[in-house]
Design a protein around this ligand. Sequence first.
Ligand SMILES: [Zn+2]
Length: 386
Amino acid sequence: MKLKPTSEQIKQIERTMGVCRYVYNLFIAANRDNYRDGTRSYMSGYDFSKWLNNDYRNANPGKSWIWEVSSKAVKKAVMNEDTAYKSFMKGRAGFPKFKRRNGRPVSMYLPRNNAGDLKIERHRAKLPTLGWVRFKEYGYVPCDGQALSVTVTRRAGRYFASFVFETVKATQAQPAKSEGIGIDLGIKSFAVVSDGRKYPNINHTDRMRRLKKRLKREQRKFSRKLRHRKEVTAARKTRSNLDKQRLKVQRAYMRMSNKRRDYLKKAVHEITSIQPEFITIEDLDVSGMMKNRHLSRAISECELWYFRELLERKCAVYGIQLRIAERFYASSKTCSRCGHVKKDLKLSDREYICPECGLVMDRDMNAAINLRECVKYRTAGQAGRG
Ligand SMILES: [Zn+2]
């Protein structure tokens, strides 16, 4: 949800994000020193908060601005680092990185403190510590739900809010309106549904190609300006030009990803609106490694996950069972009419031609039908992402 904060609210948001970054970095520095000393004793987020609010506060009277913003947001930043550091200790991730002033999107988390300080209306929302903030777009957030928390994110110089709602019990299982379906995800068509619907890969449209070109152009301009700045040192003006160009790159990127996401939203809406008894999809956890090695390149992983997440949410709303086919289910290689498994099916074969029964069918459609018929599956939410 895009926000339209006043300049006063922007100041408050930036101040809070700045403090979060400062405290986050302070926490990393403390743990890095501990780590370098070889003591390896790790200061937990809880201990750090205690130290910050007592020892540090007393020793640094000039830093009182730290306590002038939402303490909950600061606490969340500390706990994020706590998680990052723990996965480093377990060897799952690298040492947490310091956060810089520019670049990546920045978020801050504001939980509801009391019933009154987090409210949503059609065109505006009341956010903790910020007050009423107007929306730039309407209709995406339910006004009647009670939000638990909000995360405000700055991305490409713009502000967004995303709300977390109390989990509403899955709607009463309504009688399904149509039979179950299978969906095959691929490159040529992004999604092929067993009932005959096809969703082409949006990345292949002219509009997307144009947006991609624009992004490349802005990126080239950016690196040219970066080179220029290195040659002409200490010129303040080039710095601000560089920042402007960075924003342009980020906006071009955002326009592209918004376009993609809108498309996926629409597709999921259409697919689920017929309210089938169940929907079966492939297991995305293995798609990157196995059958879909080619797929992850053409459609980025995150788009697939985004699609799956949307689908999961919509299915919960409508009470549709979402089935995830078993990992080794050969949906592409099996004949959907006689069950013959064609071991030598190549990726370039656009048609499935069965040597046993003579079936000739579009490859993706064949896979979608197999997914519909698949009986070895788990249901979404049962085992998570694994
Ligand atoms: Zn066959």
